[in-house]
Design a protein around this ligand. Structure first.
Ligand code: ADP
Ligand code: TRP
Length: 332
């Protein structure tokens, strides 16, 4: 039987190169080979972005960018999480089986406690439970995500297995984080430290919708240093990050060219950044060029969302019917 794939991106705004290389590039290749469900995680976005004024626009932005990137509604089921009420119902059941201690130990929860200490809501705590429900509701085994999501996948396996043990069944298969490449990807940001992300400040991320001028400006401002002083010296984090980005968007010969210059202490970071910006512009051009046209076609967007919701509910309601039966709910 064909394996099922599920993945989602939170609707918290524009997509960046981290989302593109960490998640979407994999979606594109998988939609030809697997039974794929790609959704927009709008419930998840409420844990950090609760404002009604932003909600619909952000969902639309992600839907438009999925389609502009080439995710094809004829091949994959594309849907909005909040169109599938079976997901929150499964989340409720899974919550009965998730322990406070393990939820508090999750890295993403601890990060959020640090970054938004005034809003440590229960939704943040149970975020991995909702994510598990997203995945196991379609009995998925493969989940294309970036490296940062590995722990969430481990928790999804824990919750699914616990359900199976509790009810003495083999109902849920184990889902694993998946990349078509050799390993899960972590795209670095432009600020010299850590990953690219929306919450790391405006200049850290390059968005798929950024114009070539903006991309040039952001990349030229990226953090670097005064250059190596010894031949073949190890690269400090900020410099390694620039090389990692080159590896993603540039030809191998370009990477080797700058790597050689670095090793000979002849590198000029201005030249590297110029090249990096141009290669990012080329890599994202096909997506960028389609965003405005797709965004203007409201009829198409509503058709895609309606079709996706119908297909996703078909699969989700079948699982939920069986789950209710396993748990022991009966009609009078
Ligand atoms: P963000 O981290 O920007 O808020 P999400 O959390 O919604 O975006 O992530 C959506 C997908 O994009 C996930 O699969 C995540 O692993 C991937 N992703 C996000 N940032 C990166 C990154 N810097 N490198 C690799 N993958 C990433
Ligand atoms: N937690 C994921 C992120 O922040 C988004 C997400 C929610 C997801 N539910 C999912 C990813 C299910 C894959 C499968 O990136």
């Amino acid at each position: 039987m064909m394996e099922t794939v599920v993945s989602g991106i939170r609707s918290t705004g524009k997509l960046h190169l981290g989302n593109y290389y960490g998640a979407i590039k994999n979606f594109l290749k998988m939609q030809d080979e697997y039974n794929c469900y790609f959704f927009i995680a709008d419930y998840h976005s409420l844990t950090t972005h609760p404002m009604p004024a932003d909600l619909h626009g952000n969902v639309k932005q992600v839907l438009v960018e999925y389609l502009a990137a080439g995710i094809d509604p004829e091949k994959a089921t594309i849907y909005v999480q909040s169109d599938v009420p079976e997901i929150p119902e499964l989340y409720l059941f899974m919550n009965m089986n998730a322990y406070l201690g393990e939820l508090e130990r999750s890295t993403s929860f601890k990060d959020k406690v640090r970054s938004q200490p005034d809003n440590v809501n229960a939704g943040l705590l149970t975020y991995p439970v909702l994510m598990a429900a997203d995945i196991i509701i379609h009995k998925a085994t493969k989940v294309p995500v970036g490296k940062d999501q590995e722990q969430h996948l481990e928790m999804a396996r824990t919750f699914g297995n616990r359900f199976n043990r509790m009810y003495n069944t083999e109902f849920f298969p184990e889902p694993y984080a998946f990349s078509l490449g050799q390993s899960l990807i972590k795209v670095p940001g432009l600020d010299g430290k850590g990953k690219m992300g929306k919450s790391e400040g405006e200049n850290n991320a390059v968005y798929l919708s950024d114009s070539p001028e903006i991309i040039r400006k952001k990349v030229m401002r990226a953090v670097s240093d005064s250059g190596p002083t010894e031949e073949n010296q190890a690269k400090p984090e900020a410099i390694q990050n620039l090389f990692d980005l080159l590896k993603l968007v540039s030809e191998e010969s370009t990477y080797t060219h700058f790597d050689d210059l670095y090793n000979k202490c002849q590198i000029r970071y201005g030249d590297l950044k110029k090249q990096l910006a141009e290669d990012m512009i080329i890599a994202t051009a096909p997506v960028r060029e389609r965003i405005n046209d797709i965004a203007a076609d409201s009829a198409y967007l509503s058709k895609v969302a309606a079709l996706g919701a119908e297909k996703a509910r078909e699969s989700a309601s079948k699982t939920l019917r069986e789950v209710r039966e396993i748990i022991g709910f009966r009609k009078f």
